[in-house]
Design a binder for this molecule. Structure first.
Ligand code: YNC
Ligand code: MG
Length: 411
């Protein structure tokens, strides 16, 4: 039983499966929204965090790097970088009021955080202005004191004050009630390190040498890929928009948003070991050599994890598949399921993403069972992980989405 979630406008466990889409409760006028912050337990205070201030950015980075999501047996913990957090939390139209912190009143130490960013979702036939909620975190010493519900209610109030009444969020934990669920898949790049850190293991009847040989990534790409540039954006935005029509729940992105997600966060300076200093996102296009038309693109981002208590390695360098698209989707017979041509093309395209990630010294490449991923995951030697990612909508009732027909996100 969910003392908090039972009070919220989300589909409750055991409710009938909805047959149509729409809000659960209606929007309020600005003056009907609660004007004062929710009360915190004594000794704590609210604090809007200004992420343009490098000191405050560092405080969020430190809170998360010590207290954020760990895997089930506490071997790995996400270590979002400061550059990543700026990229993820300051997209076009962001509101600093949606970066909500909790501090200890006496010494001002940051001990709690939750964030929202604006996102326009298309959910089947509905276009819904939402917030995307992420980075909910309470310091390990303050767990199980019901601080999380207060953080959630406060960020909800801040969204309401900006006229936003729906949200999307993801979590590994099961809450009332997912709209879809995806599994994480992992493609090993640095096999010896993944074995050393127990991310993966050498199965019986297998040797490390054989595993390394089997997982070897080609040294050059199949397709004529190059880094995406500013001049590609109009074509990339157009291809993104048309390709994403294949799926039931997608973010609609303006040119500005495309630019932010794919071309900010490229880092500065020269390439060292396949990356620039502070690089968060990798974006590549395939340009047709004769027509100069952009026919495909892929993007992935860097999200390292701390390796907890390992004598030899302290950081797992993981790349996560983000968005991609291919014109091949429009030349086949079916516009829905990936036909064989599209499946072949995506296999080549994402195989090239593996080449780039390997050159950039990533240890592992991760992807979820969404979009058109499932058909190429096996061919490209991804293995099923034990992590699941549940997708949730706040204050939006909708029939469940078919597996993999949902968007990606940055968890
Ligand atoms: C979670 N991840 O069920 P009930 S994901 C939502 N998301 O409530 P307490 C969660 N709710 O069941 P603790 C949740 N985890 O009694 C727990 N809950 O109704 C619920 N971990 O609160 C839980 N980050 O304060 C229960 O728990 C209630 O001290 C218990 O704090 C929880 O960012 C947490 O995994 C997660 O830092 C903060 O464990 C803490 O344990 C922690 O006693 C490590 O809380 C980091 C971690 C979560 C990552 C994420 C998405 C968050 C979405 C929040 C919901 C947004 C709703 C939409 C709002 C905007 C609306 C508009 C418009
Ligand atoms: Mg708590």
């Amino acid at each position: 039983d969910h003392k908090f979630w039972g009070t919220q406008p989300v589909p409750q466990l055991g409710d009938e499966i909805p047959t149509d889409d729409g809000p659960i409760e209606s929007s309020k006028l600005r003056e009907e929204v609660r004007q004062d912050p929710y009360p915190l337990p004594k000794d704590f205070q609210w604090s809007i965090v200004d992420l343009s201030d490098s000191n405050q950015l560092k405080e969020v980075y430190e809170l998360l790097s010590l207290n954020y999501v760990e895997d089930h047996d506490a071997t790995f913990r996400f270590q979002y970088t400061a550059e990543f957090l700026q990229w993820a939390l300051q997209p076009p139209g962001y509101h600093k009021e949606w970066h909500v912190g909790v501090r200890v009143t006496s010494n001002k130490k940051l001990v709690g955080f939750i964030s929202g960013v604006p996102i326009t979702l298309k959910i089947r036939d509905h276009v819904v202005k939402c917030s995307e909620i992420n980075y909910l975190c309470v310091h390990k010493k303050l767990r199980s004191k019901r601080l999380a519900p207060v953080l959630i209610k406060e960020v909800t109030r801040q969204c309401h004050l900006k006229g936003i009444f729906q949200a999307i969020y993801t979590a590994g934990v099961l809450l009332p009630t997912p709209i879809t669920v995806c599994r994480y898949y992992h493609r090993s790049l640095n096999v010896p390190k993944l074995v050393d850190t127990k991310f993966t293991y050498v199965p019986r009847n297998q040797t490390l040498a054989r595993m390394i040989r089997l997982q070897k990534v080609p040294s050059s790409p199949h397709l004529p890929i190059r880094e995406m540039t500013e001049g590609d954006l109009a074509q990339v935005a157009n291809l993104y928009e048309r390709y994403m029509k294949r799926f039931d729940m997608i973010p609609l992105m303006s040119l500005e948003e495309i630019r932010h997600h794919f071309l900010s966060g490229l880092g500065k300076g020269d390439m060292v070991k396949g990356r620039r200093d502070g690089q968060v996102v990798w974006s590549y296009v395939v340009e047709d050599p004769s027509s100069h038309k952009i026919t495909d693109f892929f993007t992935f981002y860097s999200l390292p994890s701390t390796i907890i208590n390992n004598p030899k390695h302290s950081l797992l360098e993981a790349a996560y598949l983000f968005y991609y698209a291919s014109e091949t989707a429009f030349s086949g017979e079916s516009e829905e399921e990936p036909d064989n041509n599209l499946k072949k093309r995506l296999t080549d395209l994402i195989s090239d993403a593996l080449v780039v990630a390997n050159e950039a010294s990533f240890d592992v490449f991760n992807a979820l069972t969404l979009m058109d991923n499932v058909p190429f995951l096996n061919d490209l030697k991804f293995g099923a992980g034990d992590g699941m990612l549940n997708f949730y909508l706040y204050n939006w009732r909708a029939p469940p989405l078919a597996g993999m027909k949902a968007i990606g996100d940055r968890e």
